[in-house]
Ligand binder design. Structure first.
Ligand SMILES: C[S@@+](CC[C@H](N)C(=O)[O-])C[C@H]1O[C@@H](n2cnc3c(N)ncnc32)[C@H](O)[C@@H]1O
Length: 279
């Protein structure tokens, strides 16, 4: 299955468009796919990404650093004994997706992929066709309606909420505004989890060149979701009810890097990340 997803693989989208797929608006998942070098994107996504890249050339490095953080966090949690993962805002699940990383450590890991974008669900279903349905589910739902996820029958078929679950909100919460109560939404998920569960967050923020992230947002102006930047304190507040793992909230490449941080890594400071455990 992973071979299908290698760099030589074609798009996972079917050669027909499911009626929900809108080619006229850029989608964050497809912009992100384009930034990662994927093939599941349309002209409108590439144009939005190029506008943003023109204003912020670091964006491609940021996308890669973010995907790498997801991998390090999932690997760490699987090594710590977590076997259940609720990945919200999955994006197009290419190589290094949550299930792949988790099962390299915990072969029986249970993973639910949630995204509100029907196009992402189409990809996820294609990717996961043939996967063991006891261990994997794809759910189309909006994190801004937590109950549609927390009370979802397909989620509960795969995940046991009486046991620890890692909830991943990686590069997701900057699409949820304060008016939509981003912090309250995360709190509902933390409340629903058993002790020993974990929360994984990465989030866009201002970096060393002030105003650059704000400028890059203009690439998203025709997209289905807008980008909200938050500072370190606001990102830390998502972890209320959990205990942050060292090193706390840091720039994304600095969260437990596999190798010593390079100058390039240090310059990719337009997003921050952390992992917390519910005790
Ligand atoms: C930048 S991608 C991140 C993908 C993946 N989490 C990663 O970090 O590699 C953001 C994803 O969040 C999804 N998304 C945005 N708003 C959402 C919402 N309100 N509910 C569920 N998914 C959402 C988008 O469709 C997109 O697939």
């Amino acid at each position: 299955m992973t071979e299908e997803l290698g760099p030589e693989a074609g798009p996972l989208l079917p050669d027909w468009d499911p009626p929900e797929i809108d080619r006229t608006k850029a989608h964050p998942a497809r912009i992100y796919d384009y930034l990662l070098g994927g093939k599941d994107n349309f002209d409108v996504d590439r144009e939005a990404a190029e506008v943003a890249l023109g204003l912020m050339p670091e964006l491609r490095g940021m996308a890669r650093a973010n995907r790498a953080f997801l991998g390090r966090a999932v690997r760490h949690l699987a090594e710590a004994g977590i076997t259940q993962f609720l990945d919200i805002g999955t994006g197009i699940p290419g190589p290094g997706n949550t299930g792949e990383v988790a099962r390299a450590v915990q072969p029986e890991a249970r993973v639910v992929y949630v995204d509100y974008d029907p196009m992402v669900s189409a990809h996820s279903r294609a990717l996961l066709a043939g996967a063991d349905s006891a261990l994997t589910a794809v759910v189309q739902a909006d994190v801004r309606e937590p109950k549609t996820i927390l009370d979802n029958g397909n989620v509960h078929t795969v995940l046991d909420f009486d046991k620890p679950i890692a909830v991943l909100m990686v590069a997701l919460l900057h699409f949820v505004s304060d008016a939509e109560d981003a912090h309250g939404i995360v709190a509902q998920f933390v409340d629903a989890l058993a002790p020993g569960s974990a929360l994984v967050v990465s989030h866009a923020s201002e970096g060393h060149e002030l105003g650059k992230s704000v400028a890059a947002r203009s690439g998203w102006k025709n997209a289905t979701s807008q980008l909200v930047l938050r500072d370190r304190g606001e990102i830390e507040r998502f972890f209320e009810g959990t205990e942050l793992l060292d090193p706390g909230v840091v720039i994304i490449p600095a969260w437990r890097p596999d190798d010593e941080l390079t100058d390039e890594g240090r310059s990719l400071d337009y997003g921050q990340a952390a992992v917390g455990f519910k005790r």
